[in-house]
Design a protein around this ligand. Sequence first.
Ligand code: SAH
Length: 412
Amino acid sequence: MKRDCPETAGGIRCQQGVATVHLRSRAGYRRAALIVSISVTLHFFLEAMPTTAQKINLLDLDLPDLENWIVAQGYKRFHARQLLKWIHKHGVTDFDRMTDLSKALRAQLRETAEVRVPEVILEQPSSDGTRKWVLQLDGHNRIETVLIPDHTGRRNTLCVSSQVGCALECRFCSTARQGFNRNLSVAEIIGQVWIAARRLGERPLTNVVMMGMGEPLANFDNVVKAMNLMQYELAYSLSKHRVTLSTSGVVPALYRLKEVSDVCLAVSLHAPDDALRNELVPINRKYPIAELLEACRYYIEGDKRRKVTFEYVMIDGVNDSDQQARALVRLLSRVPSKINLIPFNPFPGTDYRCSSPRRMEQFSQILIKAGFVTTLRKTRGDDIDAACGQLVGQVRDRSRRQLVGLKSGARG
Ligand code: SAH
């Protein structure tokens, strides 16, 4: 640490913690010894103290938060918009480069604030163009985020994580195996988007899906703020049709979501009846299918064109029979739906296998014939373990494996 102090009358020049003493007499020696000892004590005291109070990470603030903060600093509300644009649209983290802010404001920002983005410690490109980034959050926790460009390069979808690990224990998901540590902050969620936008360069980030590690509705407030940031014109300008939240079905939080957000909804269904879903997606024991579908209907109510996307992972011999496809048709007949069939992605330690291509085709034909818009999702990035359900990062598990985080996340 550098710390300068001016030359003292006693003849001590103290610079960067080094004391030079000029001596003229015995008394001078004693005085000098005293001053040196005070100076050394002071030096260690100052070393131990933080140089400034903890700085606020501006990446943690959405527009209302940023406005409140900047006004509290004695500046005008509109400065928040300038800052937001610099940070998110232009990717600038150095206040000195924010040239339309006054020098005084820049100086104050340097003292009190910072723009701290999670550190990318590994970038893994897949042979199919998918890119996975491993982000270091703090000493113990790493998360993963995945960029999925389409074959034209015009559509770039980012799969964003919302928690370190996951508490939900879905049987077919690798993230679940790791347990749960904590929710991501707003900065850690929007930081993934910030990083992808910078690394895409000229190419636009066109879509975000909250389908990475974690259950987004169990980290409600931070996820909503981050999704707001994604949609601001001053930030990433993504329309509500291009941001999708995927949930395994935290029903009370779905009702809350409708009050504060309007993004697209995807629901991880994976089974056409409660008995099987209880086993595959244990949160179903708390919020069974009928309650979940009622909440889905409510979420899209009022907009006749809207549909909920139901995700259904295809697991060999578990949920992929014709009978189960027909049961799914009956179940979803009263909810405006699209169905997204996902080939099961294997991971070490799982006994499940993916359904055969023929089985998936037959299953999807039953849905299509019944009138559902059905897509069979192509597996992307599986050579780098970046496909659905394969994200693991590094999680220091602190869960009691009891649907941790749901109470606070779901009901706020
Ligand atoms: N917790 C949220 C979002 C994370 S999982 C949710 O449950 O929706 C994102 C999607 O990947 C979900 O549909 C999930 O069920 C699916 N998924 C998880 N593990 C998978 C696997 N091994 N193979 C294929 N899809 C998987």
